[in-house]
Ligand binder design. Structure first.
Ligand SMILES: *Cc1c(COP(=O)(O)O)cnc(C)c1O
Length: 367
């Protein structure tokens, strides 16, 4: 049996260090905020070369708080990829704004700036690119477009810890980046956690306030905020794992390179990384119209694969009221039917990688 991602193995590799960190936080007597949170925020800001990092409770909250801090609300339009995890859309809806989906272009899964321009209206307030699967969106083109129309740029970095755009980390381009530390992400906690990074001090302060009941001085509330803070135990865990992020991303890259090389001659579309980008290789996603048959064949061999994602946001019951019928966003819909994510993770052995490759080759050799 080859698991899609083995989180138990991730824990085991760092067990001693993680246990020390969890115990330290447990014994500190300080369970909201405090030095564990401050240390991680400082180190993650440094890692992303951002001026500020504010820890929050989840990636979804990070997006919601970023939108609120930028005054995006009722009736505002936010341009978002048609093909993403639904959380990106849900954050926009949560602040009363309207997600305006833009289809990706061939060979890419991310927001395309050229296509996006046609969807800008006087009500458009923000662009919300997602660095999907760890592949950075074209931030130069997106930021040029934002500048031309006076829009803000909020990035969904949930899948892209460690990704780079022309040598620079994610976060040096837009106004705010929302990060998730959901356990399965490249930098994952032992539970829910998230953060925002920004170079703008006012935005950072506002997000910290909004995530703390709208209060910066205890019992004095300037805004109607929420409770969304980074748990100190999770901060302690994340600070341990942050030190290994680059090394673990390198292992992912090695697996991705081997897949790309070994599967190159098969009738599959493989991930395409622009030459200016470094992917965090959160996922290795292939595309084929034979997806269901191929997946069944791989499953039969005891190898777990996944589909990211089987139903695009606009076809979810949750977005029924947008009236976006079948066929309205054909690329996102086709991806939902054709994408397949192969196992990739820092603890995956090259022997298992070869086993996955062999099973896929076997599928095609049978015709
Ligand atoms: C995981 C994820 C989120 C949400 O993060 P949570 O921490 O689970 O709330 C948002 N956007 C994308 C693209 C994600 O992959």
């Amino acid at each position: 049996m080859i698991n899609f991602l083995d989180l138990k193995e991730s824990y085991k590799e760092l067990e001693t260090e993680l246990d020390v960190a969890v115990l330290r936080a447990s014994r500190s007597g300080w369970y909201i905020g405090g030095s564990e949170v401050e240390t991680f925020e400082h180190n993650f800001a440094e890692y992303t070369q951002a001026k500020h990092c504010v820890g929050v409770a989840s990636g979804l909250d990070a997006l919601v708080l970023a939108l609120r801090a930028l005054d995006i609300g009722c009736g505002d339009e936010v341009i978002v990829p048609s093909h993403t995890y639904i959380a990106t859309w849900l954050a926009i809806s949560a602040v009363g704004a309207i997600p305006v989906p833009v289809e990706p272009v061939s060979g890419n899964f991310n927001l395309d700036a050229v296509s996006a321009e046609a969807f800008i209206t006087p009500r458009t307030k923000a662009l919300l690119p997602v660095h999907l699967y760890g592949v950075p969106a074209d931030m130069h083109a997106i930021c040029l477009l934002a500048k031309k129309y006076g829009l803000v740029v909020i990035e969904d970095g949930a899948q892209a810890h460690g990704a780079k755009v022309r040598g620079e980390p994610i976060g040096q381009h837009g106004d705010v980046v929302a990060w998730s530390f959901y356990p399965g992400k490249n930098l994952g906690a032992l539970g829910d956690a998230g953060a925002v990074t920004t170079n703008n001090t006012d935005i950072a302060n506002r997000i910290r306030k909004l995530g703390n009941y709208g209060s910066s001085v205890k019992y004095f509330n300037e805004e109607r905020g929420i409770n969304s803070r980074l748990d100190p135990i999770q901060a302690a865990v994340l600070d341990v794992k942050l030190k290994y992020l680059d090394a673990w991303n390198m292992r992912r890259q090695k697996i991705a390179q081997r897949y790309s090389q070994a599967l190159a001659d098969l009738p599959l579309v493989l991930p395409q990384i622009p030459d200016w980008a470094i992917s965090a290789w959160h996922l290795f996603v292939i595309t084929t119209p034979e997806r269901d048959l191929l997946q069944a064949h791989i499953t039969k061999a005891g190898i777990q694969t996944m589909i990211h994602y089987p139903v695009p946001p606009h076809r979810q019951v949750a977005y029924h009221d947008l009236g976006l019928k079948q066929g309205s966003l054909p690329i996102a819909e086709r991806y939902a039917n054709e994408l397949l994510s192969l196992p990739v993770g820092p603890q995956m052995s090259m022997q298992d990688v070869e086993a996955v490759i062999a099973v896929i080759k076997d599928y095609y050799s049978r015709g």
